[in-house]
Design a protein around this ligand. Structure first.
Ligand code: ADP
Length: 263
């Protein structure tokens, strides 16, 4: 059985007209509609590293956000370890239950500015998981060591480079002991010379068997590290295949055109 099955995820962003003087309450007029996900299906096996590629605006980030309830889908089902979640109508309990199994790494790191690296990593353990501080610190130091930042535990985000901040964010994700980590363009806010250190931490996690779903523009990562590559365009999955096969012999013309453009 697959670890994660995603079925028919749909999402349209809508804007609404300003209510007129005599508008009926509850009758909001839609001013614009932007269909962003048009029925996405995806299967992730335990230990898979899935790279999601596609042109800007194709819905990659929105998909990832819907999968962790950071955005509410209009429709879609997610089955995690055999347990089913309705992505359009989830209770708070559902959301909490799912998020216990997942962690999210954001493009802009999302660290607390007023907390040290270690405090950023341990915050969730202390507040959400109610671990005693000593135990949380022990886990936190272990995770910082894992991303090569044990010697920066007491530094604040502003004292760290972008690459180091993203590694702290990865340590924080690992501290939650997730079954899968979602990465949303983890290196795209970084200067080119800093992407390598983040990608090498991700490569190490992949080698250790961590299951990861990674929205990325890093073709080297998709080609050499990910086990499976998915190409999205206009809110649908155009093609997915084991990464070697995906890059060696893409089947769809749209995939080939995309690969030519970015080559
Ligand atoms: P990608 O990650 O592939 O670049 P996104 O999922 O970020 O694509 O965005 C897909 C489309 O949805 C874009 O046109 C974007 O402007 C739009 N979009 C994303 N988030 C929102 C939002 N919260 N409200 C309205 N439109 C959005």
């Amino acid at each position: 059985m697959a670890m994660l099955e995603i079925r028919n995820v749909q999402k349209t962003f809508r804007t609404y007209a300003k209510p007129g003087l005599f508008h009926r309450p509850g009758a909001r007029k839609v001013a614009s509609e932007l269909p962003v996900l048009r029925g996405v299906d995806l299967t992730v096996e335990k230990g898979d590293v899935v790279a999601i590629l596609g042109p800007s605006g194709s819905g990659k980030t929105t998909l990832l956000r819907c999968l962790n309830f950071l955005e509410t889908a209009d429709a879609g089902q997610l089955v995690f370890d055999g347990e089913s979640f309705d992505l359009a109508h989830a209770s708070r309990a559902d959301i909490a239950r799912l998020r216990k199994k997942t962690a999210f790494v954001f493009q802009n790191y999302n660290l607390f500015r007023n907390k040290t690296a270690l405090q950023n990593v341990t915050e969730g353990l202390i507040v959400a998981r109610k671990l005693p501080k000593e135990q949380a610190d022990e886990i936190g130091m272990k995770m910082l060591a894992k991303v090569g930042l044990a010697d920066r535990a007491d530094y604040y985000p502003r004292q760290l480079s972008g690459g180091q901040q993203q590694r702290v964010a990865i340590a924080r994700a690992l501290a939650a002991d997730p079954e899968i980590i979602y990465f949303d363009e983890p290196t795209s806010a970084l200067d080119p010379e800093l992407t390598g250190e983040v990608l090498s931490v991700m490569r190490q996690l992949a080698e250790e068997g961590m299951t990861m779903l990674v929205v990325t523009h890093e073709m080297g990562f998709a080609r050499n590290v990910s086990s499976k590559t998915v190409f999205m365009e206009n809110g649908v999955v155009v093609e997915q295949a084991p990464s070697q096969q995906f890059f060696a012999s893409p089947k769809e013309e749209r995939t080939r055109a995309f690969l030519r453009r970015i080559a």
